[in-house]
Design a protein around this ligand. Structure first.
Ligand SMILES: Cc1cc2nc3c(=O)[nH]c(=O)nc-3n(C[C@H](O)[C@H](O)[C@H](O)COP(=O)(O)OP(=O)(O)OC[C@H]3O[C@@H](n4cnc5c(N)ncnc54)[C@H](O)[C@@H]3O)c2cc1C
Length: 415
């Protein structure tokens, strides 16, 4: 029964290859030609982009303020999104995924993020976790775990950061000591998105000596004795998804839940993050696109000094710069997504550049759009402040933007 559901979800997106279908009219909100996100896409991509914009406008945008203010994790909405294939966008089709590319995923996450940046960002982390299982898991693990995850019947969390290891992730100390056919986990993970609500925790833990080669990746299922959660963190943004510490106290996890080989965990975590960086940067694009459109509309209607603000050349030039920075960010993200898809050697550094550039620029665009709203931009009645708050954290996580600079400069200096 369940299996049929995810196959239908994947088939729906794949069916678009055969020609346009889905909702007849685009719900893309306020698309302006020079910043049109469909520029350069093929017909199939334009179709699923429309579907994602439509979904964002109808199912997400009307609720984003409530999810934020009441801190609601919108499970039902995400399950609806999964029916369209958004729970496993770049997951293989035999396990319920949509089988689309990294570029396709970026197009989809950008569109969804216009409706709620925070929830889309969680969905992108979920996709990253499912990909890690799909790509590095055994056939048994793929068939057992991926289908319910693609359908978002089950939710996943990515567990790398610890209280004492953030940017220096390879120094993590959560231990996994083998006892017959189980690992006994002890330690804790900090800042885990989806923590407490997710059903599956993809955990990087130490099975060997110090450094990255001593790290393995195991899946810990909710309900396992010895697994518990910290309090729900109070955050500036990303309020539609819970963030909690994940704690392991003599938590026995079957060896059969290890993804990949012993010692391969850090590599798996980093491979996941390459795509994660494209995804989170795409969420920033969606927030910046929506903010720019809101600012443009506001400048046209708000009058000061006897005329619309849009007549002021300073503000016109700022709007122009915001548009140029948005399009530049999108081009970088899409170039990196294609490099990752083709498994090119420069993919890691291009993903780092795209994440650094786009999350910085897009946050600046959202913030400038708030400034253009004056005092009203600071009120929670206006959506703009939520895009600012939700996109701020993208400069910090999935590898902070300082870490991105480290990766880029290391690559340059090695040549
Ligand atoms: C809302 C939220 C959700 C998150 N979700 C997850 C999740 O789902 N899973 C997960 O594993 N983690 C998650 N994280 C954790 C996130 O990845 C880390 O916060 C991030 O990697 C930075 O680590 P840190 O906070 O320990 O900062 P630190 O590493 O202590 O860094 C502090 C500051 O110093 C800078 N810095 C550090 N080292 C250097 C250096 N060598 N040179 C220059 N600057 C440096 C950093 O860039 C940063 O600005 C989340 C964080 C937040 C806030």
């Amino acid at each position: 029964m369940l299996r049929g559901t995810f196959q239908r979800a994947g088939a729906w997106l794949r069916g678009l290859r055969r020609g346009p279908r889905g909702p007849a009219e685009s719900a893309r909100r306020g698309v302006v030609s020079c910043i049109d996100p469909s520029m350069g896409l093929n017909e199939e991509q334009k179709e699923f982009q429309k579907v994602a914009f439509n979904f964002a406008a109808r199912e997400m945008a009307p609720h984003m303020a409530e999810w934020d203010q009441k801190e609601l994790f919108p499970v039902d909405m995400m399950r609806k999104a999964a029916q369209l294939g958004f729970g496993g966008v770049y997951i293989q089709t035999d396990v319920g995924g949509a089988g689309l590319s990294r570029l396709d995923a970026s197009v989809i996450f950008e569109a969804l993020a216009t409706g709620c940046t925070s929830t889309t960002a969680y969905m992108s982390i979920h996709n990253m976790c499912v990909w890690m299982i799909d790509r590095f898991g055994s056939e048994e693990q793929r068939q057992r775990l991926c289908p319910p995850l693609c359908a978002m019947e089950m939710f996943a969390s990515y567990c790398l950061t610890e209280p004492g290891s953030g940017s220096d992730a390879a120094s993590l100390v959560t231990s996994a000591v083998r006892q017959q056919d189980h690992y006994i986990l002890n330690g804790s993970k900090a800042f885990i998105s989806g923590g407490g609500e997710a059903d599956i925790y993809v955990v990087m833990c130490r099975t060997g000596g110090p450094g990255p080669r001593g790290i393995s990746c195991v899946v810990v299922e909710k309900g396992t004795p010895g697994l518990s959660f910290g309090k729900k963190e109070k955050k500036v943004g990303w309020n539609s998804q819970p963030t909690r510490a994940v704690i392991f106290e003599d938590c026995a996890v079957p060896v059969a839940n290890r993804i990949g080989d012993e010692g391969q965990g850090f590599l798996i975590a980093m491979k996941g993050l390459n795509g994660g960086r494209i995804n989170v940067a795409s969420c920033s694009l969606g927030a910046a696109h929506a903010s720019l459109v809101l600012a443009r509309d506001y400048l046209k209607v708000r009058e000061q000094f006897g005329q619309p603000l849009a007549n002021n050349q300073y503000l016109q030039f700022q709007l122009a710069e915001m548009a140029a920075r948005l399009v530049a960010s999108r081009l970088m993200i899409r170039t990196a997504a294609m490099a990752l898809q083709e498994e090119r050697e420069d993919a890691v550094v291009l993903c780092s550049m795209a994440k650094l550039f786009a999350t910085d620029e897009c946050f600046a665009i959202c913030n400038q759009a708030l400034q253009m709203h004056g005092g009203y931009g600071y009120l929670k009645d206006y959506a703009i402040q939520q895009y600012v708050r939700d996109s701020r954290v993208h400069q910090i996580l999935e590898g902070s933007n300082e870490v991105m600079r480290m990766l880029i400069s290391r690559s340059l200096l090695q040549e």
